[in-house]
Design a binder for this molecule. Structure first.
Ligand code: PLP
Length: 408
């Protein structure tokens, strides 16, 4: 996903800038320091020593042993029509038609704008909706990249803790209380990463009403929407169910999760409803400055989307098998439990917080040569959670679980 967790972790913003960064005169929107965190440093030491280790944090699906339909993908990427440059700020119409048809819910090609990734979609939407100094509200725990995508646009992402009671719940009152004169949008991930929380229909109605009252836009990241594992009956499968919401709704997705091909670099923004439609013209102005989606990614999109059911089937089977493995083994450790996984590619393992979660992850890496992620990298409350990737190849996951559970 991002190197922020294991590579370069910024220190707190109020710490002094280093002499080197000052001398380079780089923007104050950047991290003030670049320093590997304790877990990254431990992993580096392991690598240097040539010690083999098991990775239960894998997020790159192309390294997880899935059987990709190589011929179909390569054929789709190598179409002759990519030899002609036909710039279009919205993106190629055939690609947008295929995306609209794939989502269904009455979506049309003109509702879709192509981007090179979901991350790029965020940066365009933040430029579209906000002025420097404005604020976004983001329920936490969540995808850690938001903080930096916002900062790089001169914005502040204010995190509003969600809470777990049998399942995850948005704190709608806290979200409303956090709205101020500079708040422009709320960003939700459905289902969330790494909690797997699908919005309930009640939460969705509450969010839309809040945004309508406060004049905010609702950005809904649905990159994991196709991966429901243990969904609650009242979940909102997709924000696209609402054809004309009472606030502007912008839905994000992309090939990175839909077909597990992040390297193709194709994401999209969907404008849902008449209020979001009004945002399209200024959004296309931004898109026109970049025209960043490659011809081959656009030309390949229809054919690649045909592969989605098969790839999603294989990934879904992996996620379920790993969850079953975890359940089989964790029941022997009554002080440990796993949270329900409504959707997505991760599972949260709850443990007694006898030491910090990063200290625990470092200790596990040292003692068992297994890499897991501390929950606080995702803003999980307390030190009581470790995050495991359910994408991990099954034999590695099983072996990793067998090694770490007695050591937690
Ligand atoms: C919630 C969420 N949104 C977006 C992304 C990034 O997607 P893309 O590769 O399209 O930028 C990720 C990547 O893991 C993610 O977890």
């Amino acid at each position: 996903m991002t190197n922020l967790r294991f590579g370069l972790v910024p220190k707190k913003a109020d710490e002094p800038r280093s002499g080197i960064l000052d001398a380079m005169r780089v923007s104050s929107r950047l991290p003030q320091h670049f320093q590997p965190n304790a877990l990254a440093a431990e992993l580096e030491a392991l690598r240097e020593a040539g010690t083999p280790w098991l990775d239960l944090t894998v997020s790159n699906p192309t390294r997880c042993g899935f059987d990709y339909p190589a011929e179909a993908i390569l054929g789709a990427l190598g179409k002759a029509d990519i030899l002609h440059y036909a710039p279009d700020a919205r993106g190629n119409v055939a690609a947008r038609q295929a995306i609209a048809a794939w989502h269904g819910h009455g979506l049309k090609a003109q509702d879709v704008v192509l981007t090179a990734s979901t991350s790029e979609a965020y940066s365009w939407l933040f430029k579209l909706l906000c002025d420097p100094g404005d604020e976004l509200l983001v329920p936490s725990p969540s995808y850690p990249l938001f903080e930096w995508l916002a900062k790089l646009e001169g914005l502040t992402a204010i995190t509003i803790p969600a809470y777990f009671a049998d399942r995850w719940h948005l704190d709608l009152e806290a979200l409303e209380a956090a709205c101020g004169p500079r708040t422009r949008a709320i960003v939700v991930v459905n289902p969330n990463n790494p909690t797997g929380h699908f919005l309930s229909r009640g939460e969705w109605a509450g969010l839309m009403a809040l945004c309508a009252r406060q004049g905010l836009t609702l950005i809904v990241d649905e990159v994991f929407a196709d991966y429901a594992l243990e969904p609650a009956p009242d979940r909102l499968p997709t924000a696209l169910e609402d054809t004309d919401p009472p606030c502007p709704v912008l839905v994000l997705s992309g090939l990175s999760k839909v077909v597990a091909l992040p390297q193709i670099k194709l994401g999209w923004i969907i404008a849902r409803g008449s209020m979001a439609e009004d945002l399209l013209e200024p959004l296309l102005f931004i898109a026109d400055q970049f025209l960043s989606v490659s011809a081959s990614a656009q030309a390949a999109a229809p054919e690649i989307l045909h592969q989605a059911p098969e790839l999603q089937g294989a990934i879904g089977a992996r996620l379920k098998a790993n969850l079953q493995t975890l359940d089989r083994h964790v029941k022997d450790y009554p002080h440990l439990s796993r949270l329900p996984v409504e959707g997505g590619w991760s599972v949260l393992l709850r443990r007694p917080a006898l030491d910090g979660d990063e200290a625990c992850a470092v200790r596990l890496l040292r003692q068992t040569n297994v890499l897991v992620q501390p929950g606080h990298y995702f803003d999980l409350p307390s030190d009581a959670y470790l995050v495991l990737s359910l994408l991990t190849p099954e034999a590695t996951f099983r072996e990793g679980i067998i090694r770490i559970l007695p050591a937690i």
